[in-house]
Write a protein that binds this ligand. Structure first.
Ligand code: KIV
Ligand code: ZN
Length: 503
């Protein structure tokens, strides 16, 4: 079995998704979980793109060990200098530099001749090698390039010292056969290709990123790039969890070994979804809520007789605990709660455990039974960091003939304040009333509400994305058995994060 390097770009290409901006702490939390998952490379950001990204890459490089930390740069000296500076504290630094190689990108975007592009590519790698020994080169839009020209560029960058060569399908245009053929062509036609690892990087515009990546691996690629939950620009990147589990379930087909701890997949997926505010569709392969559920009578009958009839993956292998269901309720003690949380992958210090237990009791008072989904939602809510804004009371009146009215009481820096507002529906009225009280200028970009568990008392899990000038996009979350209260909590949570950033 040859080693397959797993390169995670959730924090760089994943963060390029519409509506995602992560701050340093959020990126650090995800990076630490990626280490638990056992990826080989974390692409932490694009340092030259913003001071925030520079800071994130610098922080992750300094604090996250035992993994290659990588920063992206264009084939521009200034970008590479920023990248090198950000990576200074890394145990294993890698600079990922590159340039576009397809005719449309060279002619229309770069306005450079192919010769100048090849020269810039080699010069960028040489410049990066002044700082670090591990330099990855990306040939942007490689799939739509002329393969002969692509091979020339790859030869030049290997000559210049590139240790990894990335052949992206930047716009998700490939099919598995064609992408596999391109990777074979590079492996068979580039001189000294053995001096570098061939990397694959696919996008999902035609829904084929996972299939294309598997074809690339079969053709001999040594590194796969992608994101958790497949997040990324447009239709997203390759879902790493899908590639890893495709290899896991049919090892013999690919002849590679990704050294990943598959049992951390579910926890990583949940964390990325919670922090980015991007929900995982329930039918999503490997990590969707229904990925291991059997609904039809024939299937249920089959799995009860023999799991292998309809189950190709044991849910435990990806950390999706389906085992014995302990139903928790208001009568459950700290020990039972701690035990179930640990089974679900949460390890808590005793102070934090006490806070969670108190929140659990509040929830259990409203809900007869607390399911695993409720516990995940409870663990995903940052009630402790209210930064001086606390939702105290909420009262809403709705009518089918007039506008909704909301009266809200907040505790603002220790003082109780109340105001009311009208809106187009109860949620709009609540947000307007909170705006009047908090006095912040914000713009609501997105609002979603999801039912967390399964009974009529199911928890509502609300997510809001709020934009604030000078700060950017902030995600807030709230849960409650009352969906209006969940929405208000999510909005207040977002405002409290903005308040923290302003102060
Ligand atoms: O899709 C792409 O081409 C990229 C490169 C910048 C690596 O993300
Ligand atoms: Zn990409």
């Amino acid at each position: 079995m040859r080693k397959l390097y797993v390169f995670d770009t959730t924090l760089r290409d994943g963060e390029q998704s519409l509506g995602i901006t992560l701050n340093v702490e959020e990126k650090l939390e995800i990076a630490k979980q990626l280490v638990k998952l056992g990826v080989d490379v974390i692409e932490a950001g694009f340092p030259a793109s913003s001071p925030g990204d520079l800071d994130s890459v610098r922080t992750i490089a300094r604090e996250v060990k035992g993994v290659i930390v990588c920063g992206l740069s264009r084939a521009v000296e200034r970008d590479i200098d920023y990248c090198a500076e950000a990576l200074r504290g890394a145990e294993y630094p890698r600079i990922h530099t590159g340039i576009a190689v397809s005719p449309v990108h060279m002619e229309r975007k770069l306005r450079l001749s192919p010769d100048l592009v090849a020269e810039a590519a080699a010069a960028a790698v040489k410049h990066a090698k002044r700082y670090v020994s591990d330099v990855e080169f990306y040939a942007e839009d490689a799939f739509r390039s002329d393969p002969v020209f692509l091979a020339t560029v790859i030869e030049k960058v290997i000559e210049a010292g590139a240790t990894v060569v990335n052949i992206p399908d930047t716009v998700g245009y490939a099919t598995p056969w064609e992408y596999g053929n391109l990777i074979s062509y590079i492996i068979n036609n580039v001189k000294k290709i053995g001096n570098a690892v061939v990397s694959i990087h696919c996008h999902n515009d035609l829904g084929m990123a996972t299939a294309n990546s598997l074809a690339g691996i079969k053709a001999g690629a040594g590194q796969v790039e992608g994101t958790i939950n497949g997040i990324g620009e447009r239709a997203g990147n390759t879902s790493l969890e899908e590639v890893i589990m495709a290899i896991y379930t049919q090892r013999g087909l690919y002849g590679v070994e990704p050294g990943v701890n598959t049992r951390e997949i579910s926890a990583t997926s949940r964390l990325v979804s919670r922090i980015t505010g991007v929900p995982v569709p329930s039918h999503k392969a490997i990590v969707g809520a229904n990925a291991f559920m059997h609904a039809s009578g024939i299937h249920q009958d089959g799995v009860l007789k023999e799991k292998a009839t309809y189950e190709i993956i044991d849910p435990e292998v990806v950390g999706a605990h389906q085992g014995m269901m302990i139903i928790l309720s208001a009568r459950s003690g700290r020990h039972a709660l701690k035990h179930r949380l640990e089974e679900l992958g949460y390890r808590l210090e005793s102070n934090a455990m006490e806070d969670v237990y108190q929140n659990f009791l509040v929830l259990a008072d409203k809900k007869k039974e607390i399911f695993d989904e409720d516990l995940h939602a409870l663990m995903g809510c940052e009630t402790e960091n209210n930064n001086g804004i606390i939702l105290k009371n909420i009262s809403v009146t709705t009518s089918s003939v007039s506008m909704a009215t909301a009266t809200i009481t907040l505790e603002l820096d220790g003082k109780s304040v109340t105001d009311a507002a009208c809106g187009n529906g109860p949620v709009d009225a609540v947000f307007k009333a909170v705006d009047r009280l908090a006095g912040m200028k914000v713009y609501l970009e997105d609002y979603s509400l999801k039912s967390v568990s399964r009974d009529s008392e199911a928890l509502g899990n609300a997510t809001v994305k709020v934009r604030c000038a000078g700060i950017g996009l902030v995600v807030g979350r709230g849960i409650s058995t009352d969906v209006i209260e969940a929405s208000a909590k999510a909005y207040v949570n977002a405002l409290s994060k903005i308040k923290k950033k302003v102060s």
